[in-house]
Write a protein that binds this ligand. Sequence first.
Ligand code: ATP
Ligand code: MG
Length: 395
Amino acid sequence: MQETILIKLGELVLKGLNRKNFESVLLKNIRRRLSGLGEFEVKSAQSTIYVIPKNEDADLDAAEEKIGKIFGIVAYSRACVAEKELSAIQKAAAEYLREELLDASTFKVETKRSDKKFAYNSPEISNEVGGYLLEQYPHLSVNVHEPDLIVRVEVRDFGAYVHGNPRPGAGGIPVGTGGKAAILISGGIDSPVAAWSIAKRGVELTGIHFASPPYTSQRAEEKVVRLLEKVSEYSGRMEMITVPFTRIQEEILAKCPEELFTIIMRRFMMRAAERIARRNHCEALITGESLGQVASQTMQAIACTDAVANMPVFRPLIGTDKAEIVATSYKIGTYDISIEPYEDCCTVFTPKHPRTRPIPHLVEAAESALDVEGLLADCLQNLRYTKIGWYRKEE
Ligand code: ATP
Ligand code: MG
């Protein structure tokens, strides 16, 4: 039986003139994500995207899993393709949905006929297919209000499709339609979730990770790569840029008051991240901060950090509780990696009593003991790039 995947588009149907652009980005994203799984035809017609395997080698199960993680898709269904003939549609429904029909007690048939040349109209098709299914599965009864299973028949130009209840897609809007931003990524729970949240709004990502060897290990950095690999299942491929941060941290430790260590360090992160972001065509910085979570995430500390940034800093988790962030990290598969116990540069020199309400001019005065520009120039000369989520042939 020939199968295909039918994809229903998300919010992008609302976007009027932008719609064509959104749809073409989504098609490109789907094609790229399916690369390596065999040959598929991916085309759009009549508000639906079709993913059609071209031969037996195309891995439809794997394709389905990938499609469930592509932003811009509200729902998708795996469907069987039948001849455009009533008896073929009836048989296809009975065979293809066998398991679902056996599991259900009640069902109804819903038909959409976009090919108006087909001899039967939609209610007639529903009636005929419903009647046939009742004969084949006598345990079933029809319930039009709250059925366990809706058998969907779509008679389209290319053929007739039969499928069961659709699966929910990842929602959001297609990555690549909302510009590009740099996510400041640590090995924690929050920043991968922040990355996922902003990608969901159509934003392409670049990862920026600060590492402080020998205080932080190679394995800690590898953990961050694995986290971004997970995020990239949703956000698509990206690059991670590792920033050597040891010297900056050691200088702050040696020359600034201990209670201001964290805030000064975060201002350096912002300055470095902004410059890297600009070089890589990113228009915003993203962090995983949440108001009140730690000393550096009070309103006053955030104001003091943002004072050195000259591009928007988005904090998608600002109003969320840890429990909500954890729930999302489970859902997207980053939690188990995040809780692996590796050190982060933010935690290696943590002061005992960090200032929760830093006063900007005192922070600036403390920073005057440092060669800010020299330190930044030095670390920006030694960036390392790692490709995340790239398909082999793309390299
Ligand atoms: P997470 O790092 O996921 O937030 P966390 O709560 O342990 O977990 P925080 O100390 O709260 O980390 O850091 C706040 C934010 O600063 C992070 O969400 C992230 O955006 C950024 N950040 C922290 N450490 C790093 C790092 N080593 N490299 C890049 N960004 C970092
Ligand atoms: Mg945090």
